[in-house]
Design a protein around this ligand. Structure first.
Ligand SMILES: [Zn+2]
Length: 69
């Protein structure tokens, strides 16, 4: 799994966030398959998008969505 989104309808490409539960349609590439952004939650208020300062690496990081489940 590449992100918090899970496919709930492979025919329509409908996806649901495991963390906040928001649903949307995946961006499907013209040649078929899902765009990498499809696996990231589009909800800006979702906790998977909350960046935190990670002092050890001196940069902002997104939380590991697996840890939020
Ligand atoms: Zn979400």
């Amino acid at each position: 799994m590449r992100g918090p989104m899970k496919l709930i309808n492979s025919n329509s490409g409908e996806m649901e966030c495991r963390i906040c539960g928001s649903q949307y349609w995946a961006c499907i590439r013209p040649g078929g398959g899902y765009h990498p952004c499809s696996w990231q939650c589009p909800n800006g208020k979702c906790s998977t998008n909350r960046r935190q300062w990670y002092a050890a690496r001196q940069r902002f990081v997104k939380p590991n969505w697996r840890a939020l489940l």
